[in-house]
Write a protein that binds this ligand. Structure first.
Ligand SMILES: NC(=O)c1ccc[n+]([C@@H]2O[C@H](COP(=O)([O-])OP(=O)(O)OC[C@H]3O[C@@H](n4cnc5c(N)ncnc54)[C@H](OP(=O)(O)O)[C@@H]3O)[C@@H](O)[C@H]2O)c1
Length: 343
């Protein structure tokens, strides 16, 4: 059954004494007052930080990292993990398919995350081989990575079984349409189990969940919307420009032409950020966080990126700024999403 569960979010280091670290004022990051910054996942009993960290790029050679994984990238990913924990962020998103063995030179993201956790706890990283064998008691949220073309009822039954068997504390889905979400919620509810989350592509420039009924259904049913690609894979950070688009597969999505259309929005994001001493990345993430039922999980490759994410917490854009940014963003033709969200 667990094999059906291809995406997993973990809250980690439940018993670990989170090291309180200094605020890094220069880039606007801050140490979280963790309890204040935590939010319940749907109507489950699970509380997570208002922002999680995505670990898709850790060990991956099929989409990220210019198709290569090496020691330098490993050290940077480990530093990103440590910086997240130091900032009080204890919610990580990984999946069985990230860093797939089918991809040359890749290392599985779950295995890397398990290693980072053990190293952090001072456990010999070589004594165990995977998160499962480590026996971490705080593997809290399991999500189906995407709907199957068939067999969905069985997958949802599997999620329910995992809860009843005490294997996980909460369950969720990912890339589920409104219809599938309602069906999954109803099916689990009949067993007295809550559907905690739906993890979907959601950012200022990819607002399909607002238009296809997913966000409204999450709000209505008390399901947390976990937003993946919340900074549009780097496009909303301001780092990429028409003259400097991202390399690799991302460059085919966030083309020079697309990045040109993004500039008016980015200029406004920068101006608003200036009023709060915040970076565009922090503004783009705050835009999601202030919508109370949304938890973004930006991907961090380095400690600096993870530290910057923490600075998206603890302050709020005004309602007027949120509306203004949405309105400016609606002038931009969105990139194509992941087709499975329409299944
Ligand atoms: N359930 C699903 O189907 C699904 C699908 C996609 C993603 N996810 C999850 O969501 C997570 C996040 O999504 P994502 O990785 O697609 O996109 P994202 O979080 O929007 O973008 C992450 C990328 O942006 C760049 N970046 C990060 N911080 C930055 C900063 N402070 N300044 C400048 N650039 C920065 C980095 O790449 P560079 O430094 O190379 O620019 C990083 O890899 C993933 O890691 C994964 O866990 C789930």
């Amino acid at each position: 059954m667990a094999l059906h569960l291809s995406s997993a979010c973990f809250t980690v280091l439940g018993n670990y004494q989170v090291q309180k670290i200094r605020a890094i004022a220069s880039d606007g990051s801050a140490t979280l007052r963790t309890e204040e910054e935590k939010v319940k996942l749907g109507s489950s009993d699970l509380k997570v930080t208002r922002l999680g960290i995505g670990a898709w790029s850790w060990g991956d050679t099929s989409y990220w990292n210019n198709f290569e994984w090496d020691d330098r990238k490993l050290k940077a990913a480990k530093a990103a993990f440590d910086a997240s924990i130091d900032s009080g962020i204890t919610f990580f998103d990984t999946a069985e398919v990230y860093g797939s063995r089918l991809s040359f030179g890749a290392i599985n993201s779950e295995t890397l995350l398990g290693r980072f956790i053990r190293e952090r706890k001072g456990i010999d990283p070589e004594t165990e081989d995977s998160l499962g064998r480590l026996g971490i008691s705080s593997v809290d949220l399991y999500q189906l990575h995407w709907p199957g073309v068939w067999g969905n009822e069985g997958y949802i039954d599997g999620l329910g079984d995992a809860v009843e068997q005490g294997l996980v504390k909460a369950v969720g889905v990912s890339n589920y349409s409104e219809k599938r979400l309602r069906e999954a919620h109803e099916k689990l509810k009949k067993r007295g189990i809550t559907l905690a989350s739906n993890q979907v592509n959601y950012s200022l420039i990819y607002r399909a969940p607002e238009e296809n009924g997913v966000k409204a259904a999450c709000d209505e049913l008390g399901i947390t919307l976990i937003a993946y690609s919340p900074i549009a894979q780097g496009a909303l950070t301001g780092k990429y420009t028409p003259g400097n688009p991202p390399s690799g597969p991302r460059g085919r999505i966030y083309t020079s032409e697309f990045l040109s259309s993004l500039q008016p929005l980015l200029n406004r994001i920068k101006a608003i950020g200036g009023n709060y001493n915040k970076t565009p990345t922090q503004v783009a993430l705050n835009w999601l966080i202030v919508q109370d039922n949304v938890v973004p999980i930006p991907g961090a490759k380095t400690a600096e990126q993870a530290q910057e994410f923490a600075g998206a917490l603890g302050w709020r854009l005004t309602d007027e700024e949120i509306t203004q940014l949405r309105s400016l963003a609606s002038d931009i033709k969105p990139v194509s999403g992941f087709p499975v969200e329409k299944l």
